[in-house]
Write a protein that binds this ligand. Structure first.
Ligand SMILES: [Zn+2]
Length: 430
């Protein structure tokens, strides 16, 4: 599997070079010769169809022989290699990643280790009925990285970023993230995704080879080649990745429910993530992302609360705390909406700002002004009231302008926040 990316590129390169040669040879043939080859191919069409059918059957048998049932979700999927092969490959990857991140690992006596180890132990202990949970040797490292993230390797190594520990409010939220990562390893998502990519690669390589043979020149073939890669990425790779993330969310929720964590905290975590993205302006369209949007994940968790309340009940967990942790979300959403609205309003006003004539000395002079009807210059008759600070005289004009702009902006933001809050308060009161 480590050598697969190399084999894939060699196959692509060889395929393209061969068919380019074939195309050039075909284009150089006289019409008579081309007709002769067409005629021969038509005569042997039955043999060709038989060959394609045989290849199809071989592929079907190969696919069927490598189908495995996923634990917990019970879904059937294709995995191209054995557990032993995959373990060896992943051990190599784990060593490489550990060597890269080693310098950033927080020391084992750091406060965060206690929290993470304790939460993981609770999750593992409560899910001993799943053989994969027992078989995997789980280990954890906290990485000194500000990102709100965690990753897991199929070998059971979990890497938690410091940013995630600073972001979560309580152990229940942390439990959902850890359970999600554990689910990826239990469900062998990496093995499944790599196997699928291998199949997609066969399809892409054969289509690209045909494309390079059929296109009239290299320029058009390159454009189509690029387009095909994008289409495969958006229509096959990204939706599949999102599907696996959703499955890990559902299975993770089940693991956390069996460990008696507060199942409502998953919704709180993903809503907070969604709000943070809104504030940072980071959210991108879901169809261009490997993960479902945080907003949709929060919705999904909310939908499953009823189902997993029963799981908690069956596992004889204590009842959920009376105070619903989702209660804080409404207030948080209102605040974030107000900030975002204020920023948008300020940006709109910035765009509309028209420079006043007295900002430009060439067009406006304090001693002379222009009559709008006759166009003649005349002396200014109106004086400035004594006591008014004169920026030209004191030399602090820029400071004055800056102060003025700041005041305007603050007033705008305050007005928008106040007016939105009042509107929302009115709605709530209604
Ligand atoms: Zn994930």
């Amino acid at each position: 599997m480590i050598v697969w990316p190399i084999i894939r590129n060699v196959l692509k390169g060889t395929g393209i070079i061969s068919v380019r040669g074939f195309r050039q040879w075909w284009q150089s043939l006289p019409d008579k010769k081309r007709r002769y080859f067409f005629h021969s191919a038509r005569k042997k069409r039955h043999e060709l169809i038989l060959l394609i059918t045989l290849l199809g059957c071989c592929f079907y048998v190969y696919h069927w022989k490598h189908l495995q049932v996923a634990p917990v979700s019970g879904r059937e999927r294709f995995i191209a290699f054995t557990d032993y092969q995959f373990e060896k490959i992943m051990e190599f990857n784990a060593q490489k990643l550990c060597a890269n991140l080693k310098e950033k690992f927080l020391p084992a006596n750091h406060l965060y280790y206690g929290v993470v180890l304790n939460t993981l132990n609770v999750l593992i202990n409560a899910n001993q009925d799943i053989s994969e949970v027992k078989d995997i040797k789980w280990t954890v490292a906290i990485v000194d990285n500000p990102a709100v993230n965690a990753i897991v390797l199929p070998t059971g190594h979990i890497f938690v970023d410091r940013g995630l520990m600073e972001f979560v409010h309580d152990v229940d939220q942390l439990a959902f993230v850890l359970a999600h990562e554990m689910s990826h390893a239990i469900l062998k998502h990496t093995a499944e995704n790599l196997s699928r990519l291998q199949l997609v690669d066969y399809l892409v390589i054969s289509t690209m080879t045909a494309l390079w043979a059929l296109m009239p020149n290299d320029g058009i073939a390159i454009v189509f080649h690029w387009f095909l890669n994008k289409v495969v990425n958006v229509l096959l790779d990204l939706p599949y990745s999102r599907f696996l993330e959703n499955e890990a969310d559902k299975v993770g929720l089940e693991l956390a429910a069996k460990a008696c964590y507060d199942i409502r905290c998953g919704t709180v975590f993903w809503t907070m993530m969604s709000l943070a993205e809104q504030l940072e302006g980071k959210s991108k369209p879901e169809w261009l992302s490997t993960h479902p949007s945080s907003f949709k994940r929060a919705e999904l968790f909310d939908c499953f609360i009823h189902k997993y309340s029963h799981v908690r009940h069956e596992c004889k967990c204590p009842p959920l705390p009376e105070v619903d942790p989702r209660g804080i979300l409404h207030e948080m959403k209102v605040k974030v909406d107000n900030i975002v609205t204020a920023r948008k309003t300020r940006a709109r006003i910035e765009r509309l700002k028209i420079p006043l004539p007295n900002h430009d000395k060439d067009h406006f002079s304090r001693s002379l002004t222009v009559d709008r009807i006759t166009g003649r210059e005349f002396s200014v008759k109106v004086g400035i009231l004594p006591g008014v600070k004169d920026p030209d005289a004191s030399g602090d004009k820029e400071e004055m302008n800056e102060l003025k702009d700041k005041n305007i902006e603050n007033n705008i933001e305050e007005t928008v926040i106040n007016s939105t809050s009042t509107e929302q308060n009115k709605k709530v009161n209604k």
